[in-house]
Write a protein that binds this ligand. Sequence first.
Ligand SMILES: [Zn+2]
Length: 321
Amino acid sequence: LAIDWKISASFSIDITSEQKSLTLLNTMKKSFAESPLYYLLSEPLDPGSKIKLNLNFKNTFESSENKSEFGSNQWYPRLYWDGLQTHDSFSVKLEIPEGYALAISGRLNENTGRYTIDRAKSFGIYLGKDQNTESCEIDDILITTLFSDKGAKAAKVCLETAVDCIKFYKDWLGFYPYKFLYIIPGGRGRWGGYPFSTGIVVIHGEETYKEGEPLTHWQRITAHEIGHQYWGEWVLDPNSPAWVWIGMGIFADTEYILARKIDPQRRQGWMSNYIKGISNYYDTTVDIPPASLAKIKYDHNNTVIHSKGFSIISALDSVLG
Ligand SMILES: [Zn+2]
């Protein structure tokens, strides 16, 4: 049995099956063992047969009075499949300290008091001190934004965009993969956003919002991050090759952005990034070996992964429909 977890001063675990403790096979170095942890099963497990395991684990985090947020998407042990990404189901009970707003990769079941999700790539918990929350429900999907007082205006635009965008994606693609979405604040600057965990996206720089500014930036980034919920969280192996899921994500948000006339130049913008790379004689090979990638001086992520990736998906769309 292989488990993605470690043992150290702040990580511990004890695994039992039928009330018997399993023996850890890793060699401990000064009460420390790296992931993956290997355990001996009392009997071999045949293909198709089942076993019930109880994992009693603990992970402690450093905290202090003035720490304004806490977040983790790796706080739990998981079966280790030799590095392969998997989707798992979760049912989580949580005691939330007072004064914190919560974003979590599950939908609350009022009857059991547990947060649950089926088929999640990762289960994140985020707590923000003194943050406000606002929610909207569209077709049974609960969308919640967490924000500071100063970030309220931008958060409102993102929430409204998320509602409209999820509706658009659902009408177009026939489904939305999860029953909820959280948008949480990120860093100070306008650095875009990223998926924090399944069902939780980060949008940076909400506090930089200026009264009367065009809403394009916020609409674009919201649509983009929601696109990743399909292609990064639900459909594909998110890490490699990155151009597929990123290209698909951009393809999805471009469809929305053009339909709503938010940024009519969006498609040409991405493609001309790539064409500019060609005119500079860059080597824009997509599946490039890591050793060659390390030698590249231009912005490979932007020119190839994002722009060429999107161009390839668009070309396939023209050919295949
Ligand atoms: Zn992205």
